[in-house]
Write a protein that binds this ligand. Structure first.
Ligand SMILES: *Cc1c(COP(=O)(O)O)cnc(C)c1O
Length: 380
């Protein structure tokens, strides 16, 4: 059986190091917001070429706290509209609601599964104040166009990079448009407003052994509010500036992440190598392979194909001992939780949710496994 994702095998090489880390945290006797969290925040900020990194409890909280932070700074107000792709994982939409903001769904492109910038403008109203861009399946959205729309309409951009750790332009510029490295690059970086949410849920490209998340930003004022908001709105113990929450990156999880972060680039490279083989060698008219420009702006959190006979293909693969998963079977606007939206129509989103199937994808897939998956798909 080729599992869709073998987390046990992914974490196996770290076993001894994890145990030593646990021992060191135990010996340290400091369990909340200690030196592992501090070390990770520094390392991840540096990795993302971002001024600040704030470790939080999970990816959902990272998003909620960004919105709450902007509300505290007076840059967003309750009831403001936030543009978000209609086919995202539901957490993005729930985070907007959790911050008392109003999600406005926009269709993705069928080819990239990412928000279609050409459809954003028509959804902008006087109440629209932000765009939540989701880099779905690990591929960066079309940030050049989106940034332009944001500038023209004075919108804040928040990015959900829960599936896109290490995508290249984050690392280079932390703002995702393709500036060439130049002398004034640094000042451009400093002026960028975008704030990015990450999740370290175990299955993500950088995953811990439980829940974890982080926010990166170049906005020092926002960062200051976020350090406080995640910790009961208090920077100085028992002095509360904001109505905050308890959402701190766990000390032990930060310790595990410190061990895994140095391998993130090579893990992503291995994912891209698998994707390259899938794209070159799967030859079957019954399926559409995902778009990729072969740049490092895709970290292949998932390799998502489309097919009209999904149930049949998934069963066929299962009979051949290949496990696949659907990300995601029901679009957010068709969920029971959003009864009021159930009659809305998003044809591209609905088509995507009906046809997509995620093939096994991870840095630990062997050549032989990839050979076998390709062979079985070509025989279908
Ligand atoms: C995983 C994920 C989240 C939520 O992260 P958690 O750590 O599980 O809260 C948010 N958005 C997207 C796109 C995700 O894939």
């Amino acid at each position: 059986m080729i599992p869709f994702l073998d987390l046990k095998k992914i974490n196996e090489p770290y076993e001894t190091a994890f145990q030593e880390k646990l021992k060191s945290v135990l010996e340290n006797g400091w369990y909340i917001l200690g030196k592992e969290v501090e070390t990770f925040e520094k390392a991840f900020a540096e990795y993302c070429h971002s001024k600040h990194c704030i470790g939080v409890g999970n990816g959902f909280d990272a998003l909620v706290l960004i919105f709450k932070g902007y509300i505290e700074l007076g840059k967003l107000q309750k009831g403001d509209e936030v543009i978000v792709p209609a086919n995202t994982y539901i957490a993005s939409i729930l985070a907007i609601l959790q911050a008392d903001l109003v999600p406005v769904l926009v269709e993705p492109r069928l080819e990239t599964y990412n928000i279609n910038p050409d459809l954003i403008q028509e959804k902008i109203t006087p109440k629209t104040k932000a765009i939540l861009v989701v880099h779905l399946y690990g591929q960066l959205a079309e940030m050049e166009k989106i940034n332009e729309i944001a500038v023209q309409n004075d919108l804040i951009i928040v990015e959900d990079a829960a599936q896109a750790h290490g995508a290249e332009s984050f690392k280079l510029q932390n703002q995702n448009s393709k500036f060439q490295a130049s002398e004034n690059l640094k000042s451009k970086i400093d002026n960028l407003k975008s704030t990015i949410a990450y999740s370290f849920y175990p299955g993500k490209n950088l995953g811990c052994l439980g829940d974890g998340g982080a926010i990166t930003t170049n906005d020092s004022e926002l960062a200051k509010a976020l350090y406080s908001l995640r910790n009961y709105g208090s920077e100085k113990k028992y002095h509360n500036e904001y109505i905050g929450v308890n959402s701190r990156l766990d000390e032990l999880q930060a310790g595990f992440l410190n061990l895994k972060l140095p391998n993130l680039d090579s893990d992503n490279e291995k994912r891209r190598a698998v994707a390259k083989r899938y794209l070159a060698e799967i030859k079957n008219d019954k399926m559409t392979l995902p778009f990729w420009d072969f740049s490092d702006n895709h970290v292949f959190h998932l390799f998502v194909i489309r097919t009209e006979n999904r149930t049949d293909l998934q069963e066929y693969l299962a009979q051949n001992n290949i496990q696949t998963v659907i990300h995601y079977p029901i679009p957010p606007h068709k969920q029971k939780a959003f009864l009021g939206w159930n009659n809305m129509s998003f044809p591209i989103t609905e088509k995507i949710h009906q046809e997509i199937l995620s093939l096994p994808m991870s840095p630990i897939l062997t050549e032989a496994e990839v050979d076998f998956i390709i062979e079985i798909l070509n025989q279908y």
